[in-house]
Write a protein that binds this ligand. Structure first.
Ligand code: FAD
Length: 452
């Protein structure tokens, strides 16, 4: 599909109003700076440019895509180091972009997960049934307990209540911790200790299956970046705004524009590395401070051969320590390449970020040897993320801490003084922490800018 059609799709996704905006182009009378060339910045920039604004995108990294980043270091397969999935393909704008541009996606079947116990034995049918039963029980317990509470607490507090009130054996506790880690902590990139029991899952979801991109998520980024004026290696240090417009100081030049769309990750906003003058309003600062920036890290291991069940989509490990090497995606299932992807989140991921690559690989191999035997081969190579240490992300994605909710995300999203417009995954109260949420937030910020 050619670029013109693609722009049409972007516009259509912006809603019916977008078409009328397109008919009354702005004739280049305003310059807009978009800070950040992740998916939120690219979707905002594309939408605004399509409406006739002169748009300049400033990006600190030497590449576009931000937390969508496909490594092509290994010939065997492209590897997504940030986002992997489109979560729910029905009506999902990212799925529509992929479909319209014939970008290959493959479904992940979460039910096709082979799970191993602490000793490395695959679960029996009865044990799989028990796991499912526990999942339903945990969900019901959390839902019922929340109804009895006046004030928000962490999910850990709910677990502590269950452990105190119910007769739960050590073995059952291990299963509950495994479920909470792989289902909750991996998805929300935060320890249950830090997640709001009332709101951690407050957002909306698209229906349908989850799919990955066997040839790389960056194909979506390439589509959106095409035709934009993107300045790479430009790190924004200060944003001043007022009646005269917006002045942006960077490690290179100073830029002036009428208005700006800010898509800085929550981690960067929290760090104070980018100054705002005047200071951002108190409720936005409050949101920045209270929302959490979570952590999910990935470890890709490439082996000489496949020694695990190739037919499995995912592999699980119910270890003695919560959250240590509990979930693996079988890349071989999707690409034929002998590659496994291990996920770690929250507390354990923060710990491993300070380890050397070799220590991380040793830790992963200890678990894989428990699961598949002492004689499995060493990996030939590995690729490891450290998103908390990444200077232009400072974490993986945002989460809701106790006492925060969708309104906190909306406070983060609110425009300031008709000059600054905010987008990015953490500004999406509907689809926080996702690619589609970030993408739609860029279109929302463009609409707010037009309307201001
Ligand atoms: C490991 C991992 C797995 C994930 N898995 C999934 C998944 O499977 N599915 C899903 O939907 N989502 C997933 N996500 C979340 C998803 O990647 C993000 O929600 C989304 O990509 C965020 O886009 P964004 O545009 O808001 O932010 P970003 O992509 O971070 O874009 C912000 C941009 O701002 C730039 N920047 C930072 N500081 C400065 C500065 N000072 N000056 C100029 N530019 C700056 C950054 O370099 C970056 O390019 C995952 C994320 C991670 C890290």
């Amino acid at each position: 599909m050619n670029r013109r059609n693609f722009l049409k799709i972007v516009t259509v996704l912006g809603g019916a109003l977008a078409m009328s905006r397109c008919d009354m182009l702005k004739e280049g009378d305003e310059t807009i700076i978009v800070i950040g060339a992740g998916i939120a910045g690219l979707s905002a920039a594309n939408t605004l440019q399509n409406w006739g604004y002169k748009v300049i995108v400033l990006e600190a990294r030497p590449r576009v895509g931000g937390r969508i980043w496909t490594s092509r270091e290994w010939e065997a397969a492209p590897l997504d180091m940030g986002a992997s999935w489109i979560h729910g393909v029905n009506n999902n704008p990212i799925a529509r972009l992929a479909d319209a541009n014939s970008i290959k996606t493959v479904e992940t079947d979460y039910d096709n997960q082979w799970i191993y116990d602490e000793s490395g034995n695959e679960l029996t049918d009865a044990a799989y049934d028990r796991l499912e039963e526990f999942e339903a029980l945990v969900q019901a317990y959390v839902a019922e307990t929340i109804e009895t509470l006046d004030d928000d607490v962490s999910l850990q507090t709910i677990l502590d209540m269950a452990l105190a009130e119910e007769d739960i054996s050590a073995d059952e506790k291990q299963i509950i911790l495994y479920l909470l880690n792989t289902i909750v902590e991996h998805e929300y990139a935060a320890d249950i200790n830090n997640l709001s029991a009332f709101s951690f899952d407050q957002g909306e979801e698209f229906g349908g299956e989850d799919v990955i991109f066997p040839e790389g998520y960056d194909q979506i980024i390439a589509l959106l970046a095409d035709g934009l004026d993107i300045r790479l290696n430009v790190s924004v240090q200060r944003v001043a705004y007022g009646d005269d417009g917006v002045t942006v100081n960077t490690n290179q030049n100073t830029y002036h524009a009428d208005r700006a769309v800010i898509t800085l990750p929550l981690g960067i906003l929290k760090s104070g590395r980018v100054a705002f003058s005047p200071d951002l309003p108190a409720d936005k600062q409050n949101a920045i401070q209270k929302l959490g920036m979570g952590l999910l890290d990935k470890v890709y291991l490439r082996f000489p051969n496949i020694f695990w069940p190739k037919e499995a989509d995912l592999l699980g490990y119910i270890g003695a320590q919560k959250g240590e090497w509990a979930e693996w995606l079988n890349i071989a299932h999707f690409t034929d390449a002998p590659i496994l992807l291990g996920f770690n989140a929250a507390t354990f991921a923060r710990q491993t970020e300070s380890w050397s690559d070799l220590q991380i690989v040793d830790g992963a191999m200890e678990t894989l040897r428990t699961m598949f035997g002492a004689n499995i081969p060493d990996p030939l190579d590995w690729q490891i993320t450290r998103w908390a240490a990444d200077p232009f992300a400072l974490g993986s994605y945002s989460y809701l801490t106790p006492g925060t909710d969708g309104d906190t995300l909306e406070a983060l999203a609110a425009p300031v003084a008709g000059r600054l417009f905010f987008a990015g995954e953490a500004t999406s109260s509907e689809y926080q922490a996702t690619v589609h949420g970030a993408y739609l937030s860029g279109i929302r910020a463009a609409e707010e800018l037009w309307d201001a």
